[in-house]
Design a protein around this ligand. Structure first.
Ligand SMILES: [Zn+2]
Length: 139
C-alpha cells in the first residue's frame, strides 16, 4: 500500500479541524490547532517513532512529518489518539507524559474509546461524554 499522500493528509486534517471546532464549541473552550511538524527525534533515530503529540501550552496537535504512515487508517488513528490526549488534558488540566509513562490511565482509556465511537460523525455526543466524565472527576 502506498504511503499517505500529502493531499490525503490535508483532507483528513481538515476533517479533524472541523470536528474539534464543534467539540470545543460545545465545551465552551478553544479548539486545538492541528499541524504537521518535524520531530527531531524521528530524524536521528527511527525508533521509537513519534507519530504525533498534543502540546497543551500552545493547544496544538502535531502530526509527525517524517513518520511513514502506512495508510489512511493509520493516519486517522493518530488523529483520534491526539484528540483523546487533548480532551484528557481538558478534563484533568494535567500534563500526563503518556508518551513516557504509557496510556493505561483509565481516564485516557475511556476518552480514547469514546473518540473511536464518535469520530468523525458525532462531535456533540463526544462533547457530552467528556462533560459527563469531567463532572464525575471533579465530584
Ligand atoms: Zn499519546
Amino acid at each position: 500500500m502506498p504511503p499517505v499522500s500529502n493531499k490525503a493528509k490535508q483532507r483528513l486534517m481538515a476533517e479533524a479541524r472541523k470536528y474539534v471546532k464543534l467539540v470545543a464549541r460545545y465545551l465552551k473552550t478553544a479548539a486545538p490547532k492541528i499541524k504537521i511538524a518535524a520531530f527531531p527525534q524521528n530524524a536521528i533515530a527511527s525508533w521509537p517513532w513519534i507519530k504525533g503529540a498534543y502540546d497543551s501550552t500552545t493547544n496544538t496537535i502535531y502530526i509527525a512529518k517524517m513518520y511513514p504512515f502506512r495508510d489512511v487508517r493509520e493516519f486517522k488513528a493518530i488523529i483520534k489518539h491526539e484528540i483523546a490526549e487533548w480532551l484528557s488534558y481538558l478534563v484533568t488540566g494535567k500534563i500526563m507524559h503518556r508518551v513516557v509513562y504509557g496510556h493505561s490511565d483509565s481516564l485516557f482509556r475511556r476518552i480514547y474509546s469514546a473518540v473511536h465511537r464518535y469520530y468523525p460523525k458525532s462531535p456533540e455526543k463526544l462533547a457530552q461524554y467528556v462533560e459527563k466524565i469531567s463532572m464525575q472527576e471533579h465530584d
